[in-house]
Design a binder for this molecule. Structure first.
Ligand SMILES: Cc1cc2nc3c(=O)[nH]c(=O)nc-3n(C[C@H](O)[C@H](O)[C@H](O)COP(=O)(O)O)c2cc1C
Ligand code: SF4
Ligand code: FES
Length: 608
């Protein structure tokens, strides 16, 4: 096949970056696919080294991987972290999403507006960086060999200007993951019990804290019994859809097609979500052990850990955990001496696309295609990654499994409610006194959770809580006694989603928040299907008119409902299906456009 390669040639540096990843020319890109699955890592290699991807670099990648440049361009341009035009080697991403807005991101951006432009550095506004508990946040990338990154959170006007001028500092400047867990050290913790207690860089310390007992137990009882215990525990997915994990595992394990794959979904790009990051940074071996057990139970010999590109410290810690586990025979061939059990994990970094957290978009992203969701059926358990049976699970879902195996499924199911078993990680941020990741049994009320976090900061009145993130919904102070279980929130017409509890006090400007959410969905829609591609634009336009006119806006409210229904009923994937949820809840439950005072603040900011 003629690839229609370009005439452009790479620089020596670009060529070296690609060849360091793929090996010397002459070989072919390795991997379980057909080489194309190396496209995303190759794009990262060039972007990391140079700061952007030139036509020559793209052509070289295409030549090495036998991909038409037109297709590779379509892939590279899909991701927000890649640039296809020259740009400075230092890029600072300043979060101006919901939690950071509640904590002063506008002032950071204003401070940066006054910094003189230079050819060495640029800054950009970014959607949620997944560090909302330390808002406002910024992330700096400095291209080079090696590339450097620094997460600045909380950022001040001075510190962010300093970082833009001087670049990322050397070494890990971030506080311990323990600081993100206000309950750290408490006896009630299960999933978070090791955070702050264990050295996240040491396998020995992980073992000293009970690590790898569950894998030994799994090998003793066998795959079918592991799946049975997970079903008995009634574990449900924590990534958003709350699907029963045991059913998913059983369906994958029983598929005759081989091989089977495991994907750990660590994309965590739902605005307001940061629990998986804290777990991966604070207890990375637990994620690798849990993946190994899941691989054993479902007949996979290969697992991918797909992690968002904005989590550099989590990537470093996981890489270290994988290397140490390999050295000790806990990954690789014949794990713990079991001849018939081989399993290994590969990390795949995302590159700034919320949609890649959708379980089939991940497959396309890993395989080297645009991260567009696939139509279902076929379901991943039948035809997933590389067309093979695949089990996809969220990080938090997986780390429940060792607990189930060490204590037994029935014992696990005693915590929580009858239909929502176990504990749940919640991400508290916004106008709350002690933001962070909290672990409580399902069924804990919203009031109890807010009390744990110290309540609304500065003794202000609660205006609203966004449950479940942008894809979730707002609840008002009248729903503060809502039990946080799957069945109770369903009955209340809302969702726990990925565990977001984003708190807004009575100074919040609700219409401005809705505009931000609408812009997020418009930006992140992959554009594949009309209801979502067009609907998210129409939704944003109608909201902008509502904010500007301040009239009764009856026509635009009616239009919003119609567009919202069309997106919900006819979009291919969960992004379009949920893009109207938060707006609908704010209009119906909070009177976002009828009760502008008190508490809705001043005029909303509208980007012209
Ligand atoms: C737009 C979109 C984004 C998603 N992002 C994530 C994500 O970042 N992490 C995640 O675990 N699940 C995410 N999901 C849910 C996944 O599709 C899938 O349900 C989940 O990974 C399954 O794992 P679980 O059963 O353990 O929850 C997303 C879904 C949609 C529609
Ligand atoms: S609903 Fe939106 S994000 Fe999902 S496939 Fe359609 S256009 Fe893409
Ligand atoms: S890090 Fe800014 S909103 Fe999440």
């Amino acid at each position: 096949m003629d690839l229609h390669l370009l005439n452009d040639t790479p620089t020596d540096v670009e060529r070296a970056a690609v060849d360091a990843l793929l090996g010397p020319p002459g070989g072919n890109g390795s991997g379980p696919g057909h080489g194309r699955d190396q496209l995303l890592p190759a794009l990262h290699a060039v972007n990391d080294r140079v700061g952007w991807i030139s036509r020559g670099a793209l052509n070289h990648i295409c030549d090495r991987l036998s991909i038409p440049p037109a297709e590779a361009y379509g892939v590279a341009s899909f991701y927000a972290l890649f640039a296809l035009r020259p740009r400075p080697p230092r890029v600072v991403h300043v979060c101006d999403d919901l939690a950071c807005r509640a904590r002063g991101s506008a002032q950071l951006c204003a401070a940066l507006e006054s910094v003189e432009a230079s050819g060495d550095v640029m800054w950009l506004r970014s959607p949620c960086l997944g560090v909302c508990e330390r808002a406002p946040a910024a992330l700096a990338f400095q291209a080079g060999d090696p590339a450097r990154t620094q997460l600045l959170a909380p950022a001040s006007e001075k510190s962010i200007v300093d970082m833009v001028v001087s670049g990322p500092a050397d070494g890990d400047q971030e506080p311990s993951a323990r600081d993100s867990v206000p309950q750290a050290g408490e006896a009630s913790l299960r999933l978070l019990r090791r955070i702050g207690a264990v050295d996240p860089e040491s396998l020995d310390d992980y073992r000293a804290h009970g690590g790898y007992l569950a894998l030994r137990r799994a090998l003793e009882i066998g795959p079918a019994e592991v799946v049975r215990q997970v079903s008995e525990a009634k574990l449900t997915g924590r990534g958003g859809a709350a699907f029963p994990t045991g059913r998913k595992w059983e369906a994958t394990a029983g598929q005759p097609a081989q091989p089977h794959y495991l994907v750990c979904n660590a994309d965590e790009s739902e605005p307001g979500t940061f629990k998986d990051r804290v777990v991966m940074e604070g207890d990375p071996f637990a994620v690798i052990e849990a993946m190994t057990i899941a691989g054993f139970a479902t007949g996979c010999s290969r697992g991918y850990l797909y992690i968002r590109g904005e989590y550099p410290r989590a990537v470093r810690r996981l890489r270290n955990a994988i290397e140490q586990a390999r050295e000790r025979g806990l990954l690789g061939r014949s794990i713990l001496g079991r001849e018939e059990f081989d399993f290994d994990v590969e990390i795949r970094r995302g590159a700034g696309a919320y949609i890649c957290g959708e379980e089939t978009a991940i497959f396309n992203s890993i395989e080297g295609y645009r991260g567009e969701p696939r139509s279902k059926p076929p379901f991943p358990v039948e035809q997933g990654l590389f067309g093979k049976p695949t089990v996809v699970n969220n990080v938090e879902t997986l780390i429940n499994v060792p607990l189930i195996l060490t204590g037994g499924g029935a014992e696990y199911a005693r915590t929580g409610t009858a239909d929502s078993t176990g504990t749940r990680l919640f991400c508290l941020s916004g106008n709350v006194r002690r933001p962070g990741v909290y672990e409580v049994p399902f069924g804990t009320t919203l009031r109890q959770l807010l009390d744990l976090a110290g309540g609304v900061e500065q003794d202000r009145q609660l205006r609203a809580v966004l449950l479940g993130g942008a894809a979730g919904g707002f609840v008002g102070p009248d729903q503060i006694d809502l039990p946080l279980s799957l069945e109770a929130v369903r009955e209340a017409g809302t969702t726990l989603g990925s565990g977001v509890v984003l708190v807004f006090d009575d100074t919040a400007d609700l219409p401005a928040l809705l505009l931000r959410i609408a812009a997020f969905f418009r930006d992140e829609s992959c554009g594949q299907c009309v209801p979502c591609r067009v609907g998210t634009v129409r939704q944003e336009e109608a909201l902008q008119r509502l904010v500007r006119n301040r009239g009764d806006g009856a026509d635009d409210l009616a239009l919003l409902r119609e567009v919202g229904r069309a997106m919900r009923d006819s979009s291919i994937c969960g992004l379009g299906q949920t893009a109207w949820n938060a707006v609908e809840s704010a209009v119906d439950r909070l009177g976002a456009f009828t009760a502008r005072s008190p508490g809705t603040g001043g005029p909303a900011h509208v980007d012209d």
